[in-house]
Design a binder for this molecule. Structure first.
Ligand SMILES: Cc1ncc(COP(=O)(O)O)c(C=O)c1O
Length: 494
């Protein structure tokens, strides 16, 4: 809003003009003309019950009503048919109104998106960048999925839809969860969202109250803690290392749980490490979740990208008790190369899903209607396209893994899933941000510093890119690391 607009509404001294005008308006004669306050037909006016108005009624224009809402933070005032939400401290001067909400300073912009954008911009300038930064398949969306969305567009499926998602897509997702993951959900247990990220955000907003603790094993996907902070919750980060395959152990999970713990975030296969929890590990975690009576959100967005016989076991499928405490978050971005389509979903207990639908109905409404028909085709057609992409990733994974481990000073665990490598750079003598900055500057190779994922001794490389880029990028990384090791050796005392 421009300065003029603000001044117009708030006045030069930062005081509301309408407040100053109030005493000039003749109040009483208006009352008999407005016998009823109707159920709100206007979207700006929240619903008020049908109540006869009298000068003594709390809804009367003579009696502005303050309804305590959300522990007294928000008040609703009603006067002359106008309903207005107001906040404590509404008469503070304009300058402090411009101050951003405290929550903004508590979160940082996504480093992965920032580095991927920087690499793209360098490429656009004609610089020969090898980018391993983006977390997205380099394949086109399969033709039959695009065709289904185009058909829906031609059929004018272009209107608002249900906030919960197209009924046919919700059913297709429930069916997928039953056949692939052995989860007994109905369509009403599913909400279609604007991507997996949005699924998780909706869930956190629906579940987490200020002070609630959410356990997140590190290395973690960088948005988890930020979402918890935005909701006023407390992320409880449990560090892991290569000795446990960057996976949380049952003992560590048990130690981290307190009275305030509400949710545990499980991500297998993992971004950034590519690690996959074995069925035994999933069973051990499930037992603790049930015993301690907390919830688990299982982020399964990479479930289809597995190697060397690794198995994805869905934690919610292990019995009634754990099923009742599980929320599944998934999406179409990674398995079907549909990152820009922005379609994800949550499945879980009815009450939780209903709450996320309410939240979504007031924030984004429905997911793009015709795009959802592409998602239906993705689920209902042959899954060969998923397997073709997986096989291509498998070949690149082997090449990148061998090349990384041949670089002196780097060590890398072999990931069983997703499309990331997470080598340890601790022997190089610099931390991850400095490493990535210098690598981009000197060798034009874009990778993500592990510090973004809560692991400053690592870097993340995505191998969702072509083989020629992998070979060239590994040559450059090799050169960079050798030179960094040589200069750190010359600096260290003999
Ligand atoms: C672990 C994890 N969860 C969720 C998402 C969100 O995916 P989407 O593109 O569907 O929002 C990502 C994307 O990178 C991810 O890596």
């Amino acid at each position: 809003m421009g300065r003029q607009g603000r001044q117009g509404r708030w006045g030069r001294q930062g005081r509301r003009k309408d407040k100053l005008l109030l005493p000039l308006i003749p109040l009483v004669p208006l009352v008999p003309l407005v016998p009823l306050v109707p159920l709100s037909p206007c979207p700006l006016v929240p619903l008020v019950p049908l109540v006869p108005l009298s000068p003594l009624s709390p809804l009367s224009p003579l009696s502005p009503l303050s309804i305590p809402h959300k522990e007294g933070i928000i008040k609703r005032k009603i006067s002359f048919g106008i309903v207005r939400y107001s906040y404590k401290g509404e008469n503070v001067p304009l300058r402090s109104k411009m101050k951003l909400a405290a929550r903004v300073s508590q979160v940082s912009p996504s480093l992965t998106l920032a580095i991927a954008a920087k690499a793209k911009a360098m490429k656009a300038e004609g610089i020969d960048v090898c980018s391993f930064s983006a977390g997205e398949p380099d394949f086109d969306t399969p033709a039959h999925i695009k065709a289904a969305a185009v058909k829906a567009l031609d059929e004018n499926k272009t209107k608002y839809g249900a906030a919960s998602g197209e009924p046919k897509l919700r059913e297709a997702i429930a069916h997928k969860l039953k056949t692939d993951n052995h989860l007994d959900y109905k369509a009403e247990n599913v909400i279609v969202t604007n991507g997996g990220k949005h699924s998780l955000y909706n869930l956190i907003v629906a579940l987490i109250d200020p002070g609630d603790e959410v356990i997140i094993p590190a290395p973690y996907w960088l948005s988890y803690p930020e979402m918890v902070i935005l909701a006023g919750g407390v992320p409880v980060i449990v560090p892991t290392d290569a000795s446990t395959g960057y996976k949380i152990t049952p003992e560590k999970l048990r130690e981290a749980i307190t009275e305030k713990t509400k949710l545990f975030v499980l991500n297998s296969p993992s971004n950034p490490t590519g690690m996959v929890y074995t069925p035994e590990e999933i069973r051990a975690i499930a037992e603790i979740i049930v015993e301690k009576d907390i919830l688990v959100v299982s982020d399964e967005i990479y479930e289809k990208i597995l190697y060397d016989g690794a198995e994805h076991l869905c934690i919610g499928s292990l019995g009634k008790e754990i099923f009742a405490r599980t929320i599944i978050s998934n999406g179409f971005a990674k398995a079907y190369s549909m990152t820009g389509w922005r379609i994800g979903y949550l499945a879980g207990p009815t009450e939780i899903i209903k709450a996320t639908i309410t939240i979504q109905s007031h924030s984004t409404s429905n997911v793009c209607t015709f795009a959802q028909y592409g998602a239906i085709a993705a689920l209902e057609s042959s899954q060969d396209c998923v397997e073709e992409m997986r096989q291509a990733f498998a070949k690149r994974r082997q090449v990148m893994f061998d090349r990384l481990n041949a670089i002196p000073g780097l060590t890398c665990e072999k990931p069983d899933g997703a499309f990331y490598m997470f080598p340890d750079i601790s022997k190089i003598g610099i931390k991850s941000l400095e490493f990535c900055d210098a690598l981009l500057e000197k060798e034009q190779v874009a990778v993500i510093p592990g510090v973004a994922f809560g692991a400053d001794d690592n870097i993340r490389l995505s191998y969702a890119t072509d083989m020629a880029t992998i070979e060239k990028g590994m040559d450059r990384l090799d050169k960079f690391v050798r030179s960094a090791l040589a200069s750190s050796a010359s600096r260290s005392p003999i």
